[in-house]
Write a protein that binds this ligand. Sequence first.
Ligand code: GLN
Length: 286
Amino acid sequence: MTFGEALRSGSDAFAAAGLDTPWLDALVLLSACAGRDKAAVYASFTDPVPEEAASAFRRAMGRRLEGVPVSYILGRKEFYGLSFQVDPRVLVPRPDTETLVEAALEILERDPAVRRLHDLCTGTGCVALAVAASLPRGRRLGISASDLSGDALEVFRLNSRGILGRELPHYRSDLLASVPGVYDMITANPPYITRRETAAMKASGWPEPALALDGGEDGLDVFRRLAGEAVESLTENGYLLVEGADDQADTMGEILTERGFRDLRWVRDLAGRRRVTVGRRGSGYV
Ligand code: GLN
């Protein structure tokens, strides 16, 4: 079997199974199984696939056809130019979440008063670690992270060591309940999928942890609690940056306003959707 034939057979099987990106999935898996980058796979179109790579590719195809995401098969996902370890204990980082990282970095660059950042619902740690890895030279910032899931924190630890060479401070905590201290910035990509959608995903055998997705009836249960707690854990003028869906952005703004946050704004993702709601803690508690 040549590389070209392997790609075509993989892609055909994935297309027949109704997968969204059959060619790309086949290319990424074949390239990983053969240990060659994508350009090298294309350049080897008429070469035979070595037997070991071919059998690894067949196994990978089988798992993909069972619905396992490509990133779980590879055990890695690229996010903000960094390679994260992923497995079914954590949500796979989404490109949309790079908007949250960029929004945080943009504030960190222009406001030197932000010296302590805490990332909630950290999962793989993609937000905390991407910010830590991308700080401008000389910018000092204390960064910590937390998650309700002890399983997720294990993946966070591996990524922190892998990407930064050290473990950032981290806590197992239901939102801010067990997170000590106060912060000048809090970031979060909390679960925000509606209960109905989560149920449909579960019924279809969705492989990611429901805990990382299910945001209750309207998807904003966790956000509501978070907005209330963040008031206590933010310094005056501290920033809260939370990811959500575009159709939740207005409600998220209203909830923050009710809690006494000000300077509300939204940061859009590459598709133009309001992906991150940003507010600053006012001086008065509400
Ligand atoms: N953006 C993710 C998705 O659409 C949801 C992530 C989350 O709930 N935090 O699958």
